[in-house]
Design a protein around this ligand. Structure first.
Ligand code: NAI
Length: 363
């Protein structure tokens, strides 16, 4: 009963537990809402310490996807999947071919090759390679979207959308963090960065001109903007009092460890928080366009919309004197409520045709 209660409290429609003991495949797929369209969300592979930890993560991430799609104006519901395992040791073709119940995409610990294995079994996967009609790694478009959100936050908080001469601290120099560093260099910003992976550190330092600082110090760098680009829950009771920035704007999902405590804490410190699901929607926008026939220019143009969306949320927050995370939730919830009245039915047939027309991989 506890799980049903949890689903009811958070509003999930469906949770699937998948197990293929013969290949060591254990996964949980959570579909949060299908009001706006089919649930879509990445698949995360992580060595969770317990089932409970994995379940909490997937339920939170799936709900986050509903809000992300709703706030970005996409006709998609929210879902997410987690595979319990170590991406460095436990990955295999057969493991990913066990997968295929909702529309998925890359997330931490998975890449385009893994998506191709899923694609061999089901067309309901996005982020496959452009060679198969897909959009490839969503990281660069996510980074482009984050840049738009950062500019909106800079305008709101610092009085100018230009990032020239601004300083940005990047926590994580992976797919999104690295691409964001490249964009920031083009904009004329100064970047600091940290990672726990020596190769990624060297790459960001040598190719994107990032000044490297130890991982334990990155959130405390004296700078204009902190961008969390690694894992979630980094904004918490311990870290918020130590921040020395004016803005937090980065791609990580679920940055606030406890929304109701940490959202207001940032607000009270006068630090502008760019809500995570709003600023990191570029990846979802990118794979959404894959479902309707991928075109990079169209996807980039849509990701540019994050700028206006962010300003709208800041305006709501100001008008109603609420923290920005709450304003973003409200914007997403209002769209879902409006659409509930007509409960759109069209998406199934429309996308099934586009998806089935993509070139398939033979096994
Ligand atoms: P990634 O796995 O390519 O990069 C994450 C990086 O963070 C890795 O280089 C890792 O070594 C580093 N890292 C881990 N722990 C760290 C720590 N304690 N301190 C500093 N660095 C640390 O992941 P990716 O794709 O760049 O995503 C980053 C974040 O953005 C994740 O939270 C992801 O969920 C979120 N996101 C990513 C999207 C995408 O399109 N890739 C879309 C939306 C959200």
């Amino acid at each position: 009963m506890e799980l049903f209660q949890q689903m009811e409290d958070m509003g999930h429609e469906r949770v699937l537990f998948c197990s293929s003991p013969e290949v060591g495949f254990h996964a949980i797929i959570a579909v949060h809402s299908t009001v706006l369209g089919p649930g879509l969300g990445g698949v995360r592979m992580h060595p969770y310490k317990s089932m409970d930890e994995a379940l909490t993560d997937v339920l939170r991430l799936a709900r986050g996807m509903t809000y992300k799609a709703a706030a970005a104006g996409l006709n998609l519901g929210g879902g997410k999947a987690v595979i319990l395992g170590d991406p460095k040791k436990d990955k295999s073709e057969v493991l990913f071919r066990c997968f295929g119940r909702y529309i998925t995409a890359e997330d931490v610990g998975t890449d385009v090759t893994d998506m191709e294995h899923i694609y061999t079994e089901t067309p309901w996967v996005t982020g496959v390679s452009p060679a198969h009609g897909g959009s490839g790694d969503p990281g660069p478009v996510t980074a482009f979207g984050v840049l738009q959100g950062m500019k909106a936050a800079a305008l709101w908080q610092l009085g100018d959308a230009s990032l020239a001469g601004r300083s940005v601290a990047l926590q994580g120099l992976g797919s999104v963090g690295y691409n964001l560093a490249l964009y920031l260099r083009e904009e004329g910003a100064k970047t600091f960065g940290a990672d726990v992976d020596a190769e990624r550190i060297a790459h960001a330092r040598d190719e994107a001109g990032v000044e490297i600082v130890p991982p334990g110090e990155i959130l405390e760098v004296d700078c204009d903007i902190v961008a969390p680009c690694a894992m979630g829950a980094v904004l918490n009771e311990a870290s918020i009092p130590r921040l020395r920035c004016k803005v937090v704007a980065g791609p990580s999902n679920n940055q606030l460890a406890d929304e109701k405590r940490d959202g207001p804490a940032l607000h009270e410190r006068g630090i502008l928080y760019a809500p995570d699901f709003l600023i990191n929607a570029g990846g979802l926008i990118n794979v959404y366009h894959e479902l309707t026939g991928y075109n990079r220019e169209r996807a980039m143009r849509a990701a540019r919309g994050i700028y206006g969306n962010m300003i709208r949320v800041f305006e709501i927050a100001k008008a109603e004197s609420i923290p920005t995370y709450q304003a973003a939730d409200r914007m997403a919830e209002e769209r879902i409520e409006r659409m509930k009245r007509i409960r759109p039915q069209h998406w199934g047939q429309h996308w099934q045709r586009t998806i089935r027309e993509r070139p398939r991989i033979s096994s």
